[in-house]
Design a protein around this ligand. Sequence first.
Ligand code: MG
Ligand code: ZN
Length: 362
Amino acid sequence: MRKYIVSILFVAILVPAWCAGSPSEKKKKIKPPKNIILLIGDGMGTPQVYAGYTAKHGNMNITNMAVSGFSITYSANDYITDSGAGATALSSGIKTNNASIGVDASGKPVETILEMAEKRGLSTGLISTSAITHATPASFIAHTANRSKYADIAFDFLKTDIDVFIGGGYNHFAHRADSLNLIDSLKARGYFVARDLKDVDIPSTHRLAALLADEHMPRMSKGRGNMLPDATEMALKILKRNKKGFFIMVEGSQIDWGGHDNDVAYIVDEVVDFDNAVGKALQFAAKDGETLVIVTADHETGGLGLIGGNIATGDVQGAFLTKDHTATMVPLFAFGPGSELFTGVMQNTDVFEKCAGLLGFK
Ligand code: MG
Ligand code: ZN
């Protein structure tokens, strides 16, 4: 009985104090970050995150991030987005048609956050476990209404001053129908072109084009190893040298492909790997103190439902509604200065607006 009275008193005293405090809380100035690391799990809905959580026995980096929210993903012309329109919303703050990258619904190029960062002297990077010319990374650097024009997209990389890009897609630079050799062009512009991350000497590397597969990187179960977390760590070491800051997008591309294949084991492997890359970003941000880390997805893939599992053994069983994407909201997680803006339900385009606002681009 006494405990009950004490807790009522506690509420009576604290609640009005908290309510009175909230308007001034709202006015509290948000400390802007110097750097932003945006990590996109392609096709990573809430069930995919929880499948990873289960496989990691509850020790997940993503779910340890303090701030969370949801992103609404519909595109300009479809209730269900593809990765091109989904990533363009995140990169440029506009809803565009499916299959479009870096252009609006009328086909007009839009400036991306990576290009805005370049223009203002920040360093930039892109990392992907697909070809680097695939829809998600391409939406940050290329402009076309047809996401499958890989040769054109590769050419767009040379129109920017991007500092680091790591992924597959060597053939789109080296073996082209127009017989241009973009590998030589990259070298002429001061890039160290690597086919293996082991060949990269970080202290002497200032611009890095690491094209580690002819097309896409292999899936985890076919020997990709720690490429994604290693690439993330390496890129951050290179980008952090810029006193003005940096923007980098890191994609776990193949969570989506596990969804298209309705393959739970594929999804789990890819989410766990993506979470390890998130861990590298969080480690950097916790030490640095001036870096905002955002983890989200472009859409969910597969309509995954978790119909059984065990946190202790890490076993997950799933069932699927479709071999395609779904319309469901996707989760969003944030850590670091400015992270407090990323709560509640927002449009995918708001992710760009908030990031561009925090970096002073708007
Ligand atoms: Mg993708
Ligand atoms: Zn997909």
